[in-house]
Design a protein around this ligand. Structure first.
Ligand code: NAD
Ligand code: UD1
Length: 342
């Protein structure tokens, strides 16, 4: 069925954690959305949650972004105006043990997507990059001009895709590219209908904290308390997933007026230590989250904080949610879905 009367935003990986929250934001702003997801790390249930929140649902196509024929069909059937590209793998540990898989999935698949976009004269894209592209031992806070130099294959795939997009922008001034470097996304939609649902062992701190609070795990391991920070634990820049989602909408709007390639950090600029986050989570959840200090995790930087001034000045983006909101909303999701979407 051809559906070329309305224009659509194609959201790859839109059933995932950040993608689903961004789909809500885009639909609430009046956009038509088409989600392409292979559910390798998500399920249809997240799109059901989106429907409940928005009162309508995006078009949902199950498939792989590396499937060129499928992509060509999607672009022919639907008038795609822009792409928001979330699809990819995100475990640093897995990327170290299976680098080839990460290059194939994150870089190879993206090449297929960009090629089909060119073929169909669609040259507007927002790419989900990461603070992990910066040099781990770099000076803090990180600005968009800070030296890059990721220390693991996952980060290298992100930087590689950034560089490919840069090449496209140099070759053709009609490309409109927004590179968003996320810091540490946490939290969930306050409705509790969508949230982060790691299929395997969680990669990140907040889901582990909340799974410990709900009783799925006995204790939380703190990876080192002998760093050169006020309480000895690592400091990160946690950001509510809804603030992150809004950044995508603002970046899309910015690209309308400013073609070319643009880079923005999305973080609050405020550092929170592991211990501070655990203390806040204890207060919000009303549970005693047992912790045990263990050895440092290889590859961890003591501090990673964004300088978010560029996003604030250019996108007029201001994070609205505090650490209390982040913990409360993540907990609300976890309580309503102790086993995730199952
Ligand atoms: P996620 O795993 O929840 O979402 C990714 C989605 O992409 C999933 O729904 C998955 O099924 C889908 N997917 C993966 N490969 C695909 C493919 N080849 N074709 C179609 N769909 C595919 O992860 P997330 O946390 O929502 O992250 C989204 C993006 O943001 C990723 O690119 C990630 O690298 C990046 N990012 C995430 C974080 C974070 O902490 N969550 C931080 C920085 C950057
Ligand atoms: C990790 C990834 C990074 C990615 C980012 C956001 C690594 C080395 N880096 O970074 O590439 O961009 O997530 O997805 O994995 N911690 C504990 N106990 C735990 C889990 C974490 O103490 O069980 C600590 C970590 O040591 C770290 C902090 O909590 O200091 C945050 O960890 P995490 O959520 O994994 O994020 P990053 O380390 O920022």
């Amino acid at each position: 069925m051809r559906n070329r009367n309305h224009s659509y935003l194609l959201v790859t990986g839109g059933a995932g954690y950040i993608g689903s929250h961004t789909v809500v934001e885009l639909m609430e702003a009046g956009h038509n959305v088409l989600v392409l997801d292979n559910f390798s790390n998500s399920s249809r249930a997240s799109i059901e949650g989106v429907r409940k929140i928005c009162g309508k649902e995006p078009i949902l196509i199950e498939g792989n972004i590396a499937d060129e024929e499928l992509l060509q069909n999607i672009f022919k059937e639907h008038r795609i105006d822009s792409v928001l590209h979330f699809a990819g793998l995100k475990s640093v540990a897995d990327s170290v043990s299976q680098p080839l898989k990460y290059y194939i999935e994150n870089v190879g698949s993206s090449l297929c997507l960009f090629d089909v976009m060119e073929c169909n004269n669609v040259r507007k894209i927002i790419f989900s990059s990461s603070a992990t592209v910066y040099e781990p031992a770099g000076e803090q806070p990180y600005s968009e001009l800070s030296p890059t130099g990721p220390g693991n294959p996952y980060g290298k795939t992100k930087l590689c895709v950034e560089q490919i997009l840069h090449g496209l922008a140099v070759a053709n001034p009609n490309w409109e590219i927004g590179i968003l470097r996320y810091f540490n996304p946490v939290g969930a939609h306050p409705s509790g209908l969508i949230g982060e649902d790691p299929k395997q062992y969680p990669n990140n701190l907040m889901p582990l904290v909340m799974q410990t609070a709900i009783g799925r795990r006995k204790k939380l391991e703190i990876y080192g308390d002998d760093y050169d920070t006020p309480d000895g634990t690592c400091i990160r820049d946690y950001i509510h997933v809804l603030d992150l989602a809004r950044g995508h909408l603002l970046a899309l709007e910015y690209l309308e007026r400013h073609p070319g390639i643009h880079y923005w950090n999305l973080g609050t600029g405020k550092g929170i230590s592991v211990k501070e986050l655990v203390e806040q989570a204890k207060e919000i959840t009303g549970t005693e989250i047992e912790t045990q200090v263990v050895a440092r995790r290889p590859g961890d930087s003591p501090i990673a904080i964004a300088d978010p001034r560029k996003a604030k000045e250019e996108l007029l983006w201001h994070p609205e949610y505090s650490l209390v909101n982040m913990c409360a909303d993540h907990w609300n999701w976890q309580r309503h879905h102790p086993d995730g979407y199952q």
